[in-house]
Design a protein around this ligand. Structure first.
Ligand code: FES
Length: 121
């Protein structure tokens, strides 16, 4: 059964601004993840490029490119759509691994699933 895990306050995320980092278990492995706000909505993904499975931020929690419309991998410049995580440009092969989130009453939560579990459980 899915659980909703507190991630951050709504006010911590601004359109095309810095991400909030968190960690979870992805198929039993500890993984870095991040949440961003884009055009008002919150999205979350594993912090793992689909080109080479490494973290993408060029500075801590900076994922948006200068236009504020793409999530960019610092290593070779792969660009992903913030709403879907799909690869749009560069050497990425597919997309980012998306994590379900919800926002209610000023709080953002991520959702556990078969793939995503709470760390330390
Ligand atoms: S590792 Fe991300 S573009 Fe190559």
């Amino acid at each position: 059964m899915s659980q909703k895990i507190f991630l951050c306050q709504s006010s911590d995320l601004h359109d095309s601004g810095p991400a909030v980092a968190f960690e979870l278990l992805y198929f039993s492995q500890s993984q870095a993840a991040f949440a961003v706000r884009y055009e008002g909505r919150v999205y979350a993904y594993l912090n793992r490029c689909s080109h080479v499975p490494m973290e993408m931020d060029y500075q801590p929690n900076q994922f948006f490119d200068l236009t504020g419309h793409w999530l960019i991998c610092a290593t070779h410049g792969a660009m992903y759509a913030p709403e879907t995580g799909q690869c749009r440009m560069g050497p990425c092969r597919s997309g980012l691994v998306k994590i379900d989130v919800s926002e209610l009453d000023g709080s953002v939560h991520w959702h556990t699933s078969d793939k995503f579990k709470l760390l330390n459980i």
